[in-house]
Design a protein around this ligand. Structure first.
Ligand code: FAD
Length: 409
């Protein structure tokens, strides 16, 4: 490892994590050369509004910008937008852009994010099939979500259900096709899945679980999705939300360790000490949970990048957050905290029929995680109970008449 203070730092990927990396370096006194390279044409921005306010037409993409080119210039950040890095040359410590420009670095931060997993089913290229990742995707889809439209969503996870909710808000009829036997199975327990199935059904959305799409058939009127059990659904267009793939090819081609994401330790270091990484692209070690994780969340993109930036300039910070994410669907807020396992013991606080409740996942008298539906206060307290490894009285935890804050004492 080169132990001298870095004179040149390059950040590849100008999304949420890339922005926080650059911002943190300057905030913590790094005054050397700083280059932020992104292949999108926009300033760094946050993606959550793309499947919510922007898709519904309640906000424009600029509301999600994290900064402006002028502000970056004011911080002496060389912001190269619309430029893609095609080669990482570790030997010469340089990155190469698609046009052949080479930029040297002492330290490199990889924040290349992830991209939607493609279905690549027969007939897909001829059918009106949409994926959602960036501003252009959101605007293109929004233009097609028109009153009376018939939308098929493949994937009943967070993105798919947010698209379904936005489509309903714009007056469309929606069918959701999910391969698993329940919605959002990767992130919430069965009771919360059931609640959301009911919520979406009550707004007219058809929820089809246990169906595996096999092919598309395009027609003048739109397209048909045919599933492996022979059933089919017809719509004007299809939106696919079946997970993401980390953009780790650049790192893999440079022989950095990639296994379900670019592998980093709790200090955001890859196996090359001059290269760190943060955000969706990483598979990182979480010291709080004692295991490796690949997360696709706003919190992870921001906080892991802050830790990485500080580590790059000799201010060692382990990245040790409890995983947390949220989703907004049909006016209902869902928050997911910790390493909730649907197989763990659980207890529910509040009545799902009231529309506001929290499922706590437990090991004995310790909380492992929580899924909160319209109950943000429960998450705030659960965060402190987990962080402090505080034993809880399960009877009080599940009794909404007992103020949840009293469990902290
Ligand atoms: C529609 C949508 C809604 C979401 N909603 C939520 C939510 O409600 N709650 C939540 O917690 N999380 C949500 N997320 C997830 C969250 O937005 C991501 O976890 C976060 O954006 C990850 O940030 P990142 O910087 O790691 O990656 P990204 O934001 O993907 O940024 C990476 C950037 O690097 C660029 N890049 C890649 N390779 C190169 C290269 N070789 N050269 C130059 N540039 C490159 C990419 O094009 C991209 O601009 C949502 C995501 C999406 C797509």
């Amino acid at each position: 490892m080169n132990t001298a203070p870095p004179q040149a730092i390059v950040i590849v990927g100008a999304g949420q994590a890339g922005y926080w990396g650059a911002h943190t370096l300057r905030k913590h006194g790094y005054s050397g050369r700083l280059v932020l390279i992104g292949d999108e044409v926009h300033p760094p921005y946050e993606r959550p509004p793309l499947s919510k306010q922007v898709l519904k037409g309640e906000a424009e993409p600029a509301s999600a910008w994290l900064t402006t080119p002028d502000t970056l210039a004011g911080l002496s950040v060389e912001f190269l937008s619309g430029r893609s890095v095609s080669v990482l040359d570790r030997h010469s410590r340089a990155v190469e852009l698609q046009d052949g420009t080479r930029i040297g670095y002492d330290r490199l931060l990889l924040t290349t994010g992830s991209r939607p997993r493609r279905l690549n089913l027969p007939g897909e290229n001829d059918a009106p099939v949409f994926y959602l990742r960036d501003v252009a995707d959101s605007l293109a889809l929004r233009a097609r979500l028109i009153q009376g439209g018939r939308i098929i969503v493949i994937g009943g996870g967070l993105i798919g259900l947010e698209v379904a909710a936005a489509a309903v808000a714009r007056g469309c009829t929606v069918t959701v096709i999910e391969a698993a036997d329940r919605l959002m199975a990767r992130v919430v327990g069965p009771a919360v899945s059931a609640h959301y199935a009911h919520l979406h059904s009550s707004r007219g959305t058809e929820i089809l679980t246990g169906r595996i799409p096999e092919r598309f058939e395009a027609s003048a009127a739109g397209c048909r999705v045919i599933c492996s059990d022979g059933s089919s659904s017809k719509g004007d267009l299809v939106v696919v939300g079946v997970g993401v793939v980390p953009n780790a090819e650049l790192a893999a081609a440079a022989d950095l360790k990639v296994e379900n994401g670019l592998c980093v330790d709790e200090f955001c270091r890859t196996d090359d000490p001059n290269i760190l990484a943060a955000g969706d692209v990483t598979n990182h070690f979480n010291p709080l949970l004692g295991c490796r994780l690949r997360l696709e969340t706003w919190q992870n993109a921001q906080n892991q990048a802050i830790a990485a930036a500080r580590n790059m300039i000799g201010d060692p910070q382990p990245y040790a957050d409890l995983p947390w994410g949220w989703s907004d669907q049909l006016g209902v807020n869902l928050q997911v905290l910790g390493a909730a396992k649907s197989s763990a013991e659980s207890t529910t606080r509040g009545d799902p029929a009231s529309g506001s409740f929290t499922v706590f996942y437990l090991e004995g008298d310790r909380i492992l995680g929580a899924n909160a539906v319209n109950s943000p206060k429960d998450i705030a307290v659960a965060r402190r109970l987990i962080a402090g490894n505080i034993a809880v009285d399960l009877r009080k935890l599940s009794d909404p008449a007992v103020p949840i804050r009293s469990l902290l004492t």
